[in-house]
Design a protein around this ligand. Structure first.
Ligand code: IPE
Ligand code: IPE
Ligand code: MG
Length: 246
């Protein structure tokens, strides 16, 4: 299917796509370049995908940019990644705002460096009233940590006496996840896409992906573009979703 045809199909009903942007290191390695070159090209892929997403029918794009496990990487790579994040937000904010994009973040991003946190808050606040694509970046994000924070919130309410533990439902836990609190509350992801051929979730949206379609492509993230996004959404549109029914 062409990009134009996919846009007519409106992404085959995919409203919320979550992407595990993987393969930057291998892209660089294949070119005998330092890993940061792959991360830099990865930022270009983010630009392309954010631009193409609304025309393909997506309302929400959640991008896994830095996991709570990525701190295990060498300090210079972590610092390169934080620098690129800062650069992306500083340089893209006006364009995103002009295009009606609403930007927000999930994960323990408030624990990042204070100046970066301030920049992210500024970006979130500036774009808060925008009604176009909701762009959610997962930063210092881990699905298990997010569920633990939601469980702690419920526990605190139980201790305060505002709810009884016996009354806790999955809806109540879900309402306390980061994804329920950003951009006016996100719908669950319809699909999770991982680039570079790896077949694992790596602690991404563990709760929310319960019934998401899993899409994989061998394309390395720095090579990803609007056409690759359209192809992934075409794959999604052919899936039969059952949610346990028949
Ligand atoms: C994804 O690319 C970027 C982040 C995880 C931040 P990688 O750096 O994981 O690339 P590979 O997996 O080593 O190729
Ligand atoms: C997942 O990729 C995290 C992000 C894309 C930010 P990783 O490259 O860190 O995942 P693993 O280590 O291969 O599972
Ligand atoms: Mg990787």
């Amino acid at each position: 299917m062409t990009v134009a045809a996919a846009s007519v199909a409106g992404g085959g009903g995919c409203r919320h796509l979550a992407i595990i942007m993987d393969g930057n290191g291998r892209w660089a390695q294949g070119r005998r370049l330092p890993r940061i070159a792959g991360h830099r090209e990865g930022v270009q892929a983010v630009r392309r995908v954010v631009e193409a997403a609304p025309g393909l029918g997506l309302d929400v794009l959640t991008l896994y940019a830095f996991s709570s496990e990525n701190w295990k990487r060498p300090a210079d790579e972590v610092s390169d990644l934080m620098g690129l994040l800062r650069h992306y937000v500083q340089h893209e904010l006006d364009t995103l705002h002009r295009n009606g994009v609403r930007l927000d973040f999930i994960g323990d991003w408030q624990a990042l460096k204070p100046d970066l946190v301030r920049l992210l808050e500024t970006a979130r606040d500036k774009t808060r009233a925008n009604t176009g694509l909701r762009l959610v970046m997962a930063l210092n994000y881990g699905g298990q940590g997010e569920i633990v924070r939601a469980a702690k919130a419920l526990a605190a309410e139980a201790v305060a006496g505002t709810l009884s533990p016996d009354d806790i439902t999955s809806e109540m836990l879900e309402a306390r996840l980061d994804t329920a609190k950003v951009c006016g509350g996100l719908p669950l992801p319809d699909a999770v896409l991982r680039t570079s051929g790896e077949l694992r979730l790596s602690n991404f949206l563990l709760w929310q992906a319960a019934y998401a379609e899993f899409l994989v492509t061998d394309t390395l993230w720095p090579d990803f573009d609007g056409a690759a996004l359209a192809a992934a959404l075409d794959d999604f549109s052919r899936r039969e979703r059952r949610f346990g029914g028949r």
